[in-house]
Design a protein around this ligand. Structure first.
Ligand SMILES: [Zn+2]
Ligand SMILES: [Zn+2]
Length: 142
């Protein structure tokens, strides 16, 4: 899983002439290896062990970089990040968050629900991205 996302990230950087810097690489690795979404300061804390005194702005910029390119998503209600599990780039995402163990399951909404879509077309508004978060209990915690 981590291998796959790293390979995807390297290909992406090569193709788009982005630099696959050490902080970027480590940020992606830490988030992809975590079972639960990580807050920015938790990423920083984990990286303090790997990198020699990482500067917070560098780490936060690396997080932003991956987020803006859809490799990681921000879970708004938790203010935390998790790696994208999809093999395609997508605009919308939806998360099911377990209230008991904190696990986040990602599913994809590549299209807006028709009720919203019709409204959007009528009002000539172009949606660029969206987030839907559903809280509940996962099958391991029921
Ligand atoms: Zn995703
Ligand atoms: Zn659970």
């Amino acid at each position: 899983m981590t291998k796959t996302i790293e390979k995807k990230a390297i290909d992406f950087c090569n193709k788009n002439k982005h630099r696959y810097t050490k902080p970027r690489k480590n940020v992606l690795r830490v988030i992809a290896n975590s079972e639960k979404p990580l807050k920015a300061y938790e990423v920083l804390k984990k990286l303090a062990r790997v990198l020699n005194n990482p500067k917070p702005p560098t780490i936060y910029r690396a997080i932003e970089f991956w987020q803006s390119h859809n490799f990681i998503h921000r879970i708004q209600s938790l203010n935390a990040y998790s790696a994208c599990k999809a093999d395609h780039f997508h605009k919308g995402s939806q998360f099911m968050i377990c209230n008991v163990c904190g696990k986040v399951i990602e599913s994809h909404m590549c299209e807006l629900p028709s009720a919203i879509k019709e409204n959007v077309e009528e009002k000539t508004f172009m949606p660029l991205n969206w987030n839907l978060e559903v809280n509940g209990i996962c099958n391991q915690c029921i």
